[in-house]
Design a protein around this ligand. Sequence first.
Ligand code: ZN
Ligand code: MN
Ligand code: MN
Length: 279
Amino acid sequence: MKVGFHVSIHGSVDNAPDNALELSCNTFQIFTRNPRQWKTAPIPQEVAERFANKVEKFDLQPVFAHMPYLPNLASPNDDVYKKSVETLTSELQRCNQLKIPYLVTHLGSHVGSGMEAGFGRLISGINKALNETEQGVMLLLENTAGTKNSMGSTFEDIQHIIENISETDRVGICFDTSHAFGAGYDLRTKDAVGKTVKDIDQIIGFSKLKLVHLNDSKGDLNSRIDRHEHIGLGKIGEEGFRHILTSKLGQVPLIMETPRDTRRNDVDNLLKVKELASS
Ligand code: ZN
Ligand code: MN
Ligand code: MN
């Protein structure tokens, strides 16, 4: 089983593999930069090499990078949209430099301009960024919880984007369990998990699934709320995660984006996952 966390790059990006190893991960996810700013500095080549060497030495592939928070690839605002596509292009390049094979992106918000306008922005922005970067990094489209105006809360919507990408083999998906549950995909019973897995397979194709964001949910089924919870302590619950982890989803790399608080630490979330996966 490949399982890890979103880890910090505090100090320097090449500290991340050490942080992952310390948590006993065999995969991890990072932001390649401060996710709350538009501007970023280039990664010095020696830092990128140190990062890639540690990933190899500690046997941590596949590594995942996540797009920063500010970009909105579905934005109707020209300035925000332009900066968002530039950020996507630059993140694809930074992943190439760091030898990170997968970049996860959210699908943004149409901010009231409507789904059709949002799809148009997303599709042309992703095509442009892929066209301007070398091959080697796969872009993973992440499902969302379906908060107001957000894009990509159903498998049909994600598939609509994928089939309009010119280089289809350069895009895949990231399935977030907390977001899916918030968007109305039940994951609490064996049958419900089976149905959701079947939907992924029939609508998108299971081979497109390269990453599962393994998070419990503070919000109820179909609540459209995006609030993550520790594994088993939320509305999906231990039983749900037992069925998730023993289904085909448990064979895909798993990254937790669980809260950082005093109720439970990362190591205990990892132990809980291993316990449920083997039960
Ligand atoms: Zn995400
Ligand atoms: Mn996620
Ligand atoms: Mn989330």
